[in-house]
Design a protein around this ligand. Structure first.
Ligand SMILES: [Zn+2]
Length: 494
């Protein structure tokens, strides 16, 4: 029997309307490149990524896997209309070409990774637009999508997808696992007569920072999700905590459920879990102290290292990555064995490379993108090590994937160490720092510019973890939404 021809690929972007960092097609070069065709296998086979999971699951089921494109850029501003159109066109053309691979008509299915909170110029719901185009190319073939947990799921996305499976772990260490589930669902639809009926229960709610799935209260939400998935007739259920900075009318948390052949059951089940979440809406919100307040509170007793997360300047949410609030506090407090991962500052990185390892230079570190990110931290910095920023994530997230943050440096001023990088990224792990001779595990204070993903690597050895609020373009006390659907909790008291 001829094997089922399954096209797979990815267009993924988490878009912030408030990021000063522009996004273009070329932004993929600062990530894993714009990967096309057979190169998807080379780049992603065996990696803990959604596409890694599609490949693994697809091969397990014996599909004929037809790679299309992989385009992902670091979170940032909206993609220009022409760039977005070009991406969608290439994806759709390759799906059509994949279908014609043996001159035998359309593909049998499409496995797609989307972020679910992408905005392009003139296209508030870019993921919905991608799925509309993919649906036209795929005809009646099942289209099964993996989304990020920070997805704004729209009615349009649900209309054009047969299945949506959202990552259910934050940090999102389950990317390959959910990708394999997408392939499993594809196999059941094509071979076992399963008829996916997808329903969405959107909530007028922005999920706050309480969404680490290993800890209460989020853990209970995921337990509810699993309990729902055990019920007869339910195939998969998903919670999306949304990405408010996309600032689009369909932004909001949601529950989506796939039932076998029974849309009413899917809708009833989604509505039930959504109501449970909304009744507890205050539980998902937190108030966040400053770095100075956290240092006052924890004193100097340990256990160490204390990991301090500046989530406002998370490049993984589209921030510039050069805010200086946390670093300034570390330097002013003259902390010992303290480090910050990372400060994005191409100019300072270049200066360090010119000076070379061992040199001492007067440097203004960070604070160069926009004033909201704070002023640079000026000091005499010792250049401990420099590198070209190339490294391989050792995970758990992205484990096995190679990347580069461009010219990078490890600098220190008395007891405070900084990893300066050229390209934006959040510290998913400490592999880059270690390649530059900095071992966060041996530090007392580890500052990270990340919201949740850092936990997958740092939590196992952290004595404590605290999230802080520091000045940034994404400081929630400063962001002024213009385009959200209203009312929405907690901006509006519902
Ligand atoms: Zn996410």
């Amino acid at each position: 029997m001829a094997r089922e021809r399954i096209a797979f690929g990815c267009i993924a972007h988490e878009t912030s309307a408030f990021s000063p960092v522009p996004t273009t097609i070329a932004s993929a070069e600062e990530r894993f490149g714009y990967v096309r065709g057979e190169d998807l296998f080379t780049s992603f086979r065996g990696t803990n990524t959604p596409v890694g999971g599609f490949i693994d699951g697809g091969e397990h089921h014996g599909f004929e896997l037809l790679p299309t494109i992989y385009w992902e850029a670091h979170p940032g501003g909206p993609l220009p209309a022409a760039d977005f159109a070009a991406l969608v066109r290439e994806l759709v053309d390759r799906i059509a070409a994949a279908g014609a691979v043996h001159g035998v008509g359309a593909v049998h299915g499409v496995l797609l990774e989307l972020h679910g909170s992408m905005v392009a110029e003139g296209e508030d719901d870019a993921d919905g637009a991608i799925l509309r185009a993919v649906r036209r190319a795929a005809g009646a073939a099942p289209v099964i999508v993996q989304l990020d947990i920070h997805s704004n799921v729209s009615a349009e996305m649900v209309e054009h997808a047969d299945g949506i499976i959202v990552r259910e772990s934050y940090p999102e260490v389950d990317q390959a696992e959910r990708g394999r589930e997408c392939a499993d669902l594809m196999a059941r639809v094509l071979r076992d007569g399963v008829r996916p009926a997808l329903a969405l229960a959107p909530l007028p709610m922005i999920w706050g920072k309480n969404q680490i799935t290993a800890h209460p209260p989020m853990r209970e939400a995921i337990e509810r999700l699993h309990e729902l998935e055990e019920r007869p007739g339910i195939l998969y259920a998903s919670i999306s905590t949304c990405f408010p900075l996309a600032d689009a009318p369909h932004v909001g948390a949601s529950v989506s459920v796939i039932a076998d052949g029974d849309r009413a059951l899917a809708q009833r089940s989604a509505d039930e879990l959504a109501a449970w979440i909304f009744a507890r809406r205050a539980d998902w919100q937190t108030s966040v102290p400053t770095t100075a307040e956290v240092l006052d509170e924890i004193g100097s007793t340990g256990p160490y290292p204390i990991v301090i997360a500046d989530s406002n300047d998370n490049c993984g949410g589209g921030a510039p990555g050069d805010s200086t609030g946390m670093l300034r506090t570390f330097v002013e407090r003259a902390l010992d064995d303290a480090c910050v991962l990372y400060i994005v500052d191409p100019q300072a990185a270049l200066a360090c490379h010119r000076a070379g390892a061992g040199a001492t230079v007067r440097l203004a570190v960070g604070g160069k993108s926009v004033p909201a990110q704070g002023r640079p931290v000026e000091a005499e910095w010792q250049v401990v090590a420099v590198s070209d920023g190339a490294y391989t994530y050792d995970g758990p997230m992205n484990a096995g994937l190679s990347t580069t943050l461009g010219p990078s440096a490890h600098v220190r001023t008395s007891g405070v160490h900084v990893i300066i990088v050229t390209y934006r990224d959040q510290p998913f792990d400490s592999a880059l720092a270690r390649s530059l001779g900095l071992h966060p595990q041996r530090m007392r204070y580890v500052g990270v510019k990340s919201t949740g993903h850092f936990r997958a690597h740092f939590e196992p050895f952290a004595g404590a973890i605290r999230t802080v609020n520091e000045p940034s373009v994404h400081d929630p006390t400063q962001v002024r939404y213009r385009n959200l659907g209203r009312p929405v909790y907690p901006i509006d008291p519902l």
